[in-house]
Write a protein that binds this ligand. Sequence first.
Ligand SMILES: Cc1cc2nc3c(=O)[nH]c(=O)nc-3n(C[C@H](O)[C@H](O)[C@H](O)COP(=O)(O)O)c2cc1C
Length: 204
Amino acid sequence: MTTILHIKSSSAPQGSVTRQIGITALERLKAQAPGAKIIERDLVKTSVPHVDPQFVGAMFSGKPDAAELALSNQLVDELFASDIILIESPMYNFGIPSVLKAWIDHIARAGKTFRYTANGPEGLLKGKQAVLVLGSGGVYSDGPMKAMDHQGTYLRAVLGFIGITDVESITVEGVAMGEDKKTEALARAAQQAALLTQHQPAAA
Ligand SMILES: Cc1cc2nc3c(=O)[nH]c(=O)nc-3n(C[C@H](O)[C@H](O)[C@H](O)COP(=O)(O)O)c2cc1C
């Protein structure tokens, strides 16, 4: 059975474009994997705390089962249990929302999701597919703002670091640049989401 981890991080009270396109993407993935199990992590409804001294102390304590790491271990388990990771991320100040960063701080764990070898770091989450739904008010895929994109570039870098290299991005950009541009961006993203293909066989 296919398992899809669906991560939401928009704090928009209504009209979130990443949540809207995320629904289309999820429906498409589910249509290709009847009976798929969905693990939903709405990081706005239920936020993951910032890392604090207790967390960092436990992380370096050599006791991976320390109580302070219980949530982190659960989030890591969810990743390992998933075949597809669908991440919705608006751009906030050229990067990702802090609620999503807090989740990353909990799942990037030495010895669990990556390890250091004599040849450098090795990601331990193999054979996963990720889909990013990226929203932004401006345009970053090309043009003068491209160098300011620390959203999609960052997410791809982190996912690659933990071993997830099959990453597809659906971009809804320029949504603050007028209604026409927003409507066009949403239509293009919805089309891309409706054509998504599942790459990974369900984990045994
Ligand atoms: C706190 C905050 C910071 C933002 N920072 C940026 C930014 O740096 N660049 C940008 O292009 N848009 C920025 N935006 C606009 C959002 O990226 C844009 O509205 C996007 O649609 C948000 O996705 P959502 O509709 O799913 O919430 C920001 C919005 C908020 C609320």
